[in-house]
Design a protein around this ligand. Structure first.
Ligand code: FAD
Length: 453
């Protein structure tokens, strides 16, 4: 047993990912002597900002397999807890005004073609429904993709959308969950298995195992010795790596959302998480254009913007809107760079697909929330899960905009690396060691999509 100053495994970061690492170490590998160290309340940094959506759509089969495995683990927990984690399965709808689904399907086939025949079904304007030639056989797989190109079918299925939508990809194995409930469920299991939480900031690490961690606590400075270490520090992944004398290839990119009560019932409660893929120039009035053009900080809002506007119903009466359109890294130690124009921008952009949202432009309910957090990302947008260069140190992070959905498998995988369990075929590709796989890195660098939705 631990005396509070030592631990078998010290996990730095009690966000969704660190908690999942502790959960799988405790429940699968019987590791009792573990401590989760965090400066803040568990689940209160990036993990509190998540849109809480999940999907198994990815442009690369490695990420498809990784998220498929994570979804299976979430389904296991949902089944064992009478769905305490509030998993829904309404799918993702990817929407475009392009009548030709080929470019989207080309992206999908990479992940869905090989070894996954029959997972794509097209519903076209002639009323025909068929499997496109790339897939061998339609097997009614529950985790495939429906491609809607029949305007009447689209209109019937999604009557509140603007009528110019021509193609919809409906990803079936997708939906939402409560990441907070998932975190709470795991914390309870960790505590009953003997694991503990320590409120402290890790400020230095003596980098030979057993590690000596310097901790700043509300009571003052102290140290802890740990046989093994997991870096699950979210946006501060690189800082912890630096304490070990290592560099991790990550950047932090701030992304924003708004949430508000849908008093006018603009969005049907059963609408799937919907992403408008098309870029657009935002609809400003002449007067607004003049004002925006006159200010250097707002002029860019007149230029064409990228696609990727998110919308989904939240709970009984709320709506969440998001747009991961920022690409500029920022320092997560600085105050959150919330853009005061964002609520207006995302509402206008979302109104193109959901015309009923226009009524909220300039009239958001007072209780509306505007918030955001960091996507901690590698250049290829794949996570870093596995051994670091320092013997005894592991990393579980860089889960970008998919850490809620992928936390379970990130935790299970880290647990297997540490405890010597069976590793899935993609374990090496998701570990920091992939940097030495030049063929893989060249393939990822040349990819047209990194799977950021
Ligand atoms: C706007 C937004 C929307 C998103 N939507 C989705 C979504 O729909 N679906 C999805 O799957 N994912 C989504 N994500 C991504 C997901 O939220 C993250 O990938 C996930 O929460 C990351 O979890 P984490 O545990 O790695 O990081 P965090 O939750 O940030 O946890 C890291 C913890 O480490 C602690 N820490 C750091 N340094 C130290 C230190 N030196 N000492 C002690 N403690 C330390 C921090 O205090 C923090 O609590 C979204 C993210 C954002 C920002």
């Amino acid at each position: 047993m631990s005396d509070g100053r030592t631990a078998g495994v010290a996990i730095i970061g009690a966000g969704q990912v660190g908690i999942a690492v502790a959960y799988y170490l405790a429940t699968r590998h019987g590791v009792r002597d573990l401590v989760l160290i965090d400066t803040r309340d568990p689940m209160s940094l990036t993990s509190a900002q998540s849109g809480e959506n999940y999907r198994n759509w990815w442009p690369h089969p490695v990420m498809t397999a990784f998220t498929d495995d994570s979804i299976a683990l979430m389904e296991e927990i949902a089944a064992a807890t009478a769905n305490r984690i509030a998993m829904t399965r309404r799918g993702y709808a990817l929407v475009t005004r392009d009548p030709d689904p080929a470019p989207l399907l080309a992206g999908l086939h990479h992940g869905y073609g090989a070894g996954a025949a029959g997972r794509i079904r097209v519903h076209d304007a002639s009323g025909k429904s068929y499997v496109p030639p790339v897939s061998a056989a339609w097997d009614a797989a529950p985790d495939g993709v429906d491609v809607l190109t029949d305007p009447a079918l689209i209109r019937r299925t999604f009557p509140t959308w603007a009528p110019d939508v021509r193609t919809v990809l409906h990803i079936r194995r997708a939906g939402s969950l409560s990441g907070q409930q998932l975190g709470q469920f795991m914390l309870e299991a960790i505590r009953s298995a003997g694991g503990r939480l320590q409120r402290a900031e890790v400020t230095a690490i003596d980098s030979t195992a057993p590690f000596t961690l310097t901790l700043a606590t509300p009571q003052g400075r102290t140290t802890m010795r740990a046989e093994r270490l997991v870096n699950a520090a979210g946006p501060f992944l690189a800082d912890i790596a630096a304490m070990l004398g290592e560099t991790l290839p990550v950047a932090c990119v701030f992304q924003q959302k708004i949430a508000f009560e849908d008093r006018t019932h603009a969005i049907p409660r059963d609408m799937p998480f919907t992403i408008d893929l098309d870029g657009q120039a935002l609809p400003w009035s002449d007067e607004e254009r003049e004002i925006l053009a006159g200010d250097e900080t707002t002029r860019a809002l007149l230029a064409p913007m990228p696609g990727g506007i998110h919308c989904r119903p939240e709970g009984a009466t709320w709506i969440k809107l998001g747009w991961a359109c920022n690409t500029q890294p920022a320092d997560p130690r600085a105050p959150d760079p919330l853009n005061s124009h964002f609520p207006d921008i995302v509402l206008r952009a979302a109104s193109r697909l959901h015309p009923a949202l226009t009524g909220y432009i300039g009239r958001l309910p007072r209780a509306a929330r505007h918030y955001g957090g960091y996507y901690t990302m590698t250049p290829e947008n794949w996570p870093l899960i596995g051994p670091m260069s320092t013997p005894g140190a592991y990393v579980a992070g860089a889960l970008s905009g998919y850490g809620t959905m992928a936390a379970c498998m990130a935790g299970a995988l880290t647990g297997a690396w540490i405890a010597g369990g069976a590793l899935p075929s993609y374990a090496h590709a998701l570990s920091p060691a992939r940097a030495g796989d030049h063929a893989l890195m060249a393939e990822l660098a040349a990819a047209t999509s990194r799977g950021v939705l």
